[in-house]
Design a protein around this ligand. Structure first.
Ligand code: FAD
Ligand code: 2HG
Ligand code: ZN
Length: 456
């Protein structure tokens, strides 16, 4: 019997059928998808992951790898069949080693992102991935979704932070390419296949990560703006004026900050008057923190901004970033929004927002638009809260994705495809791209046991 076999592989601490734990693991972060599983297995080593996968493959039973279960497209929850095993990486949470001189570290896949950041900071290094869920998401989940977050504008997505990976394949084979090298042209770059594949091609058990020098003093500013176009122009201006020291550059609509301050009344906007849009930014200027004021002044002279506040100290800066990182929670309290994590070229951002606005007014005038995001990367969260009497918003999503495609963008820029966006992958990728993805999936997972029903 498979469940008994799995129990004996992981020992008494390595599995659970506790209803409370099961409930949390089968429910997507917003509760929009609710699956079922007979058991959660929690291996403590790569060897255990390998044995679990081999046993499941022999029995023809599917596995759903799960990190912090903070994903936004139901990739980490099992389906409703009640047969899929959830494989939690939570017990594999060791920082394996840090090579300070090589600016690299090796970690288990189940390490919480914040723990990785802190371990790097303790040795004066930066691990440059940061996002609102960092207190609970795991590095394995970050890599499997190729997560973005607030520092992509400077350091790239999760993919750019990886030097090597250790992966368990669908037949239990362990492929270790944990080399901590920045240059390596020996054969195919296998790690890239698994990064962003959302647990459908292999289970990531460890990673060798790239570190940077700590950026030193960070200047944080909140800028009030008339339009997203000004945000794009302001970013170009600041990049030039401040020698490309912008570490984060996030756009938020006034409506969205209104949601946050309603949801968390202790947070307030530091302006007397409201503006249509805001940008929250970090710049690493070291001792030259005065430069940010001069750069913002010259931006104001060019008409690129309405007002700006520079955080006076780390506490004020943290308060501003709390407002940004509280958006997902605040939106969740409104109900089940249609989430669209789209991207368009920066030059098309304004057109997308103007035409998107017209489209929404036309289709569904009482909808509430929750627009914010990583404008420096052309990645917007263009979420729509439907009025109570509209049950199914698929027509809205289809129209928005159509506009995104027309402007040369992507319907899925940051959170992955998971289960919720799967149908659109087939619509917005060419048939040759889909066929190649299917061939890769078949070659690596012929029995379709790794996270079936997700992505492809
Ligand atoms: P999970 O949700 O557990 O899993 C995600 C996917 O990866 C699933 O398909 C799962 O099967 C697979 N997976 C997990 N671990 C492994 C593994 N070890 N091997 C193989 N496959 C695996 N995302 C962003 O990109 N940018 C943001 O700014 C951002 N902000 C967020 C803010 C909040 C408040 C929340 C709740 C979420 C946010 N997210 C963001 C989404 C989410 O945090 C990220 O997608 C994160 O990378 C998921 O990590 P996780 O450990 O929770 O993965
Ligand atoms: C963010 O940027 C996350 O805060 C979550 O990617 C986005 O809630 C969302 O739609
Ligand atoms: Zn985001």
């Amino acid at each position: 019997m498979l469940l008994d076999q799995l129990k004996s592989i992981v020992g008494p601490k390595g599995w659970t059928v506790d209803p409370v734990e099961i409930e949390a693991s089968v429910t997507e972060w917003r509760g929009v998808v609710h699956g079922s599983t007979p058991m959660i297995v929690k291996p403590a080593s790569t060897a255990e992951v390998s044995s679990i996968v081999r046993a499941c493959a022999d029995a023809g039973v599917a596995i759903v790898p799960q990190g912090g279960n903070t994903g936004m497209c139901a990739g980490a929850v099992p389906d409703e069949s009640g047969t899929q095993i959830v494989l939690s990486l939570a017990r594999m949470n060791r920082i394996r080693n840090i090579d300070v001189d090589n600016f690299s570290m090796e970690v288990d896949a189940g390490c919480i992102l914040q723990k990785v950041q802190e371990a790097a900071r303790d040795v004066d290094r930066l691990f440059a991935l940061s996002l609102g869920a960092e207190g609970s998401c795991q590095i394995g989940g970050n890599l499997s979704t190729n997560a973005g977050g607030i520092n992509v504008v400077r350091y790239g997505t999760a993919r750019s932070q990886v030097l090597g990976l250790e992966v368990v394949l669908a037949d239990g084979t362990v492929v270790s390419s944990l080399r901590a090298l920045r240059k390596d042209t020996a054969g195919y770059d296998l790690k890239q296949l698994f990064i962003g594949s959302e647990g459908t091609l292999g289970i990531i058990t460890a990673a060798s990560l790239k570190l940077y020098p700590l950026p030193g003093n960070i200047s944080t500013a909140l800028v009030a703006l008339q339009s997203p176009r000004d945000a794009v122009r302001l970013l170009a201006h600041l990049r030039t004026e401040l020698a490309d020291s912008i570490e984060a550059f996030e756009l938020v609509s006034d409506f969205v900050f209104g949601l946050v301050t309603k949801h968390a009344p202790e947070l307030t906007l530091p302006f007397d008057d409201h503006a249509p849009w805001y940008v929250l930014l970090d710049a690493s200027l070291g001792e030259r923190s005065d430069l940010i004021e001069a750069a913002l002044m010259s931006a104001a002279e060019r008409g690129l901004l309405l007002d700006a506040v520079i955080a006076k100290n780390a506490t004020e800066a943290a308060q501003l970033w709390r407002m940004r990182h509280s958006i997902a929670e605040a939106e969740r309290s409104l109900g089940k929004a249609l989430k669209h994590d789209i991207s368009v070229p920066g030059s098309k951002m304004e057109e997308f927002l103007t035409r998107g606005d017209e489209l929404l007014k036309d289709l569904i005038p009482d909808a509430q638009l929750v627009a914010f995001g990583h404008v420096g990367d052309g990645n917007l969260h263009y979420n729509v809260v439907l009025p109570g009497d509209v049950e199914d918003g698929e027509f809205v999503t289809t129209a928005i994705y159509g506009l995104v495609a027309e402007l040369g963008g992507s319907f899925s820029a940051e959170h992955g495809v998971g289960r919720l966006k799967r149908q659109y992958l087939h619509q917005y990728r060419t048939s040759n791209e889909i066929e190649l993805m299917q061939r890769l999936k078949k070659a690596l997972d012929p029995g379709d046991i790794l996270n079936p029903g997700k992505v492809i």
